[in-house]
Design a protein around this ligand. Structure first.
Ligand SMILES: Nc1ncnc2c1ncn2[C@@H]1O[C@H](COP(=O)(O)OP(=O)(O)O)[C@@H](O)[C@H]1O
Ligand SMILES: [Mg+2]
Length: 225
């Protein structure tokens, strides 16, 4: 069973002469198909943790393994070369490119990947849009879509290259209850149907209640809820 294992992650920031430790030895294991929630007050380190897990930010200390592969060993080349294949990322604000259609936004994942494991596949894009109930939007531009639809496109973009893990930073944070429910259920279904491990940072306790495991991040550490 594929696992992402992070151990003893430390991260602090120094800004304006003020030092603050955001992660103080965080360990977490994410198994394939597992849905994990991370809740915690604003500024508690949710985004920092997700960014470090995805290799988008560096920790000061700690290790991250994909199965037996140490992603932080040797140099960052290891993480960089595997990052696109291993991870998908979705944010609270969808960050779709305005000049590109829904289909082209999804295709971007394949265009920027310089990893041979990721090959462009129109069929896969259409299948993913279909799974998310938005195939009829494929030729529309982001400005033509509702907030809920945009977020579904953002989720499609996060999973279209069949990553092992998807990290979602407050994906329902900007949505009304009805659209939030749609995103909650779709993301969980994707995780289960495709055996993707997902980590969701969320304030949405309704969402958290549907996930397999939920941690609270507090004082730089994860605590079971
Ligand atoms: N690049 C940065 N430089 C300085 N401080 C930062 C930076 N990124 C995050 N922080 C600080 O780290 C803490 C945790 O931030 P964050 O991970 O964004 O929390 P959350 O996502 O839970 O709201 C906050 O106090 C924030 O101000
Ligand atoms: Mg955040």
């Amino acid at each position: 069973m594929n696992k992402l294992i992070a151990s003893d992650l430390y991260k602090s920031y120094q800004s304006g002469g003020h030092y603050s430790e955001v992660l103080s030895g965080v360990s977490i294991t994410i198994s394939e198909g597992q849905t994990i929630g991370v809740i915690g007050s604003s500024g508690s380190g949710k985004t920092t943790l997700l960014q470090i897990l995805a290799g988008l930010e560096h920790s000061d200390q700690g290790n991250i393994f994909f199965n037996e592969i140490n992603l932080l060993s040797n140099n960052l080349e290891n993480f960089n070369s595997m990052r696109n294949a291993l991870f998908g990322y979705a944010y609270q604000f969808h960050y779709l490119l305005d000049d590109l259609t829904v289909f082209e936004n999804c295709n971007l994942v394949f265009k920027i990947a310089n990893n041979k494991k990721i090959t462009e596949n129109s069929q896969k894009i259409l299948q993913t849009l279909d799974e998310l109930g938005i195939i009829e939007l494929q030729n529309k531009y982001p400005y033509m879509l509702s907030g809920g639809e945009r977020q579904r496109v953002a989720i499609a973009r996060a999973v279209v290259h069949e990553p092992e893990f998807v990290l979602m930073d407050e994906p329902t944070g900007n949505l009304d209850q009805e659209n939030a429910e749609i995103i909650q259920d779709l993301t969980i279904k994707l995780a289960k149907d495709h055996n993707i491990g997902i980590v969701v940072a969320t304030h949405d306790l309704n969402y958290a209640g549907k996930l397999d495991t939920v941690f609270r991040i507090e004082n730089g550490d994860l605590k079971p809820t």
